[in-house]
Design a protein around this ligand. Structure first.
Ligand SMILES: N[C@@H](CCC[C@H](N)C(=O)O)C(=O)O
Length: 259
């Protein structure tokens, strides 16, 4: 079978996009692993299908897979890239509404940025100096004083596979708060490595840093190895609502692949 694909990236978190409104692409773990493979396939952190939504109010539906081939929870950068893809396909213009695995999302489209509304966040767990929260995907947060020196793959895997998380797994974020910015690096479950950026991850980082009183301004600016993202929200003690993730999302190339 030949598959027409589009490649997108949002701050270096990269995704294969397939327009699956005709439902021609059948989910298959091995095929998705192959397409995401950086040596034998196209190469990507994940693959996203754009499909028709069952809800008539939506412009489309998002179906997300990690590069290990398994369907997973919400992908923030992937959601932003999918909105850019929907704009390219002329499905949406200045705004979008879609359903993903974690529920409804709204988005606003600008030339250089996609703003994506994320789920409300509550129930932040304090684990000594560390934190756990769900922003559509699960995230463990570790504050550190020298994030650039860390072996994120090794340290992240040690937390992701520990006794607390080993069944469901978690993403792990290492954060260094600085004067006007948070420097963050993320180990992603399902990629099982550091990625250049993680949208649900920086959302979790922004909320945890504010909750822990390590950062005090809005929007929160987060520098990842792949670029700059911003997170805005309203806070009522432990409740975070109107959560918006903003940053660039671009098409990189398109083509056909045999699989
Ligand atoms: N890159 C993503 C997160 C994707 C999901 C994650 N790997 C998981 O399985 O939890 C993002 O931008 O949010």
């Amino acid at each position: 079978m030949t598959v027409k694909f589009y490649k997108y990236q949002g701050t270096g978190n990269d995704f294969i996009m397939i327009d699956n409104r005709e439902m021609f692409f059948k989910n298959d773990t091995k095929i998705i692993q192959h397409l995401c493979d950086r040596k034998f396939g196209i190469g990507a952190d994940g693959l996203i299908l754009l499909e028709h939504s069952e809800d008539k109010e939506d412009d489309f539906k998002m179906v997300y897979f990690n590069s290990d081939g398994n369907q997973s929870t919400m992908c923030g950068n992937g959601g932003r890239c999918l909105v850019r893809f929907a704009e390219f396909l002329n499905i949406v213009d200045k705004s979008a509404t879609f359903t993903a695995i974690d529920g409804k999302h709204r988005a606003k489209i600008e030339n250089d940025k996609i703003h994506l509304q994320m789920q409300n966040v509550h129930g932040i767990k304090e684990l000594g100096d560390e934190y756990f929260l769900d922003t559509g995907s699960p995230h463990h947060i570790v504050f550190t004083s020298d994030v650039h020196q860390l072996d994120v793959k090794k340290e992240g895997a040690a937390i992701r596979y520990n006794d607390i998380y080993k069944n469901e797994g978690t993403n792990v974020n290492f954060v260094e708060p600085q004067e006007e910015i948070l420097q963050a690096r993320t180990y992603e479950r399902g990629v099982e490595d550091e990625t250049l950026s993680c949208g649900t991850g920086v959302t979790a980082v922004a909320i945890a840093a504010t909750f822990a009183k390590k950062y005090h301004t809005l929007p929160v600016k987060i520098k990842t190895p792949g670029g700059l993202l911003e997170v805005n929200f309203k806070q009522n003690e432990t409740q975070f609502t109107e959560v918006w993730l903003s940053g660039p999302a671009l098409q990189v190339f398109q083509g056909d692949i045999l699989c």
